[in-house]
Ligand binder design. Structure first.
Ligand code: GLC
Length: 507
């Protein structure tokens, strides 16, 4: 049976603000993405997931929306979006949008009405509570720090915001809120988008009694394990509704961002019985120590935990976390890319990771993120060695610094260099496309010398073996096979330090 495109393909996580700026305001835009589609086709990815480009005051860079069905002028127009979608589809690339259902901007007309008076019909669209003992209604924390409650003097009640105070949480227990968000989905599905990445799904429902979270010995609680502020059983019913809407349009995909470090039964619970998320994002590779034994154990546990009807997925970078090359160190980049693109399941590749891009230090005076520390992983894509790395016109001021290393690390230079990380990523994507064992083969862990991660991808037509030396020393390979691709130039002899190899095993 043909695999759905989202099982077969690789998704490219594209941070629109930082991809390509065509109008010279220093911020990437939709026409910029359109202009680079040929490059993305050349690279060999299958779908792009676009970070939010809706109308927004940009206090959380688009995750604070004032109009879910229009494009912010910063990024272009609806016509620009339609053009981007048509051009992507013409090249066989799918387009996935970021859907942000948990909260809106404080400036959304819905919230303006809601806060205007306790009697307003929109009051219940958000979560309002009376003060308790002159303070917040309970001990819930915002992910961004501090209490999750802010007092609105006008009506004397607190509103809930799981993130910034400028991002009030919607009340998903209210049927009209659900319907409104369903309409948003239909608006984009009707326009032809290929699916959604749903932001922070585990926050959608809160405890009806607003009970305090139990605190650990440090007076904190871990969101992945929180009982009342998020992770409510009823969330699964909400996801079923979102899935029904998605499924009414053939061939679309529903991906969901869930808390980091979710215990596996909770993570895989979000698949439901193939009636909730197609792909609850598996962030674990961002957190487990980069050592063969730990990686092997997790990958195997996860592979086994994913229900038979469901499909795994893998992520090595995101706009919220320090970049792969910085977290793991430059030596590990190629083996990490090989891992991401040869595991069983859909890979999500974060823009720039295909170049081995590192975090760019952002001086305090240029910092933009209202939370701490996410700017360095969101800096402009380096296209050339020229001014502003070719991201925006030379006279423009990019919204974040481009970093010094674009002079040698940029798309143009790497595309022309057969030994570059970009060329290597392209070769991996090509291998994934042309070897059915990589897209649909089973995953089997293989015992290997210490520090080496080895696994097979078996398929009725071919068996592949992937060996990754995660150590800084050479290791003899006790495996036989025909080398198909290496992270290094030569594919014979012992594995070099940090070398990864894909081999075909003779039957
Ligand atoms: C998700 C997004 C993050 C955003 C947050 C609040 O975690 O990835 O960038 O700040 O949700 O919407």
């Amino acid at each position: 049976m043909e695999l759905s495109w989202w099982k077969r393909g690789t998704i490219y996580h594209l941070y629109v603000r930082s991809f390509a700026d065509t109008d010279g305001d220093g911020v990437g835009d939709l026409p910029g993405v359109t202009a680079r589609l040929d490059h993305l086709s050349w690279l060999g990815i299958d779908a792009i997931w676009l970070s939010p480009f809706y109308r927004s005051p940009q206090r959380d860079f688009g995750y604070d929306i004032t109009d879910h069905t229009d494009v912010d002028p910063l990024f272009g127009t609806l016509a620009d979006f339609d053009h981007l979608l048509a051009e992507a589809h013409r090249r066989g690339l799918r387009v996935i949008l970021d859907l942000v259902p948990n909260h809106t901007s404080i400036d959304h007309p819905w919230f303006a009405a809601s806060r205007a008076s306790r009697e307003d019909p929109r009051r219940e669209w958000y979560i309002w509570r009376d003060p308790v003992d002159g303070g917040p209604p309970n001990n819930w924390r915002a992910v961004t720090g501090g209490s999750a409650w802010t007092l609105d003097e006008r009506t004397g009640q607190y509103y809930l915001h799981s993130f910034l105070p400028e991002q009030p949480d919607l009340n998903w227990r209210h049927p009209e809120v659900r319907l409104a968000m369903h309409e948003v989905m239909r608006f984009w599905l009707e326009r032809g988008v290929d699916g959604f990445r749903v932001d922070m799904v585990d926050y959608l429902l809160k405890d009806e009694l607003f009970r305090d979270e139990p605190l650990d010995e440090h007076g904190r609680y871990e969101p992945a394990l929180a009982r009342y502020q998020l992770n409510q059983a009823g969330t699964l019913d909400l996801l079923r509704e979102l899935r029904e809407i998605t499924d009414a349009y053939p061939g679309r995909v529903l991906i969901g961002e869930v808390e980091y470090r979710l215990p596996l039964p909770r993570l895989t619970g979000y698949y439901g019985h193939d009636d909730m998320l197609h792909l609850p994002i598996n962030f674990w590779l961002l957190f487990i120590p980069w050592r063969a034994a730990e990686l092997q154990a997790f990958i195997t546990d996860y592979d086994r935990a994913v229900p038979e009807h469901a499909w795994p997925n893998w992520v090595l970078g995101s706009h919220d976390i320090s970049r792969m090359a910085t977290r793991l160190g430059p030596d590990h980049v190629r083996a990490a890319l090989m891992l991401l693109l040869t595991l069983r399941g859909t890979p999500v590749l974060y823009y720039g990771d295909e170049l081995g891009m590192t975090d760019v230090p952002v001086p305090a005076c240029q910092a933009r993120d209202p939370w701490e520390g996410r700017d360095p992983a969101r800096t402009p894509m380096p296209w050339t060695s020229g001014p502003n790395a070719g991201f925006c016109p030379p006279e423009a001021q990019p919204w974040l610094p481009v970093g010094a290393d674009h002079v040698h690390r940029n798309v143009t230079a790497q595309a022309a260099d057969p030994r570059s990380t970009l060329t290597f990523t392209r070769a991996l994507l090509d291998l994934r496309r042309t070897h059915c064992a990589l897209s649909r083969g089973s995953y089997e862990p293989v015992p290997a010398p210490e520090g080496v991660l080895a696994y097979r991808r078996d398929h009725p037509d071919e068996d592949l073996l992937i060996v990754l030396n995660l150590t800084g020393s050479p290791v003899a390979v006790p495996f036989r096979g025909t080398p198909l691709l290496s992270t290094h130039e030569e594919t014979a002899g012992p594995l070099r330090p940090h070398e990864g190899r894909v081999m075909e095993i003779m039957r």
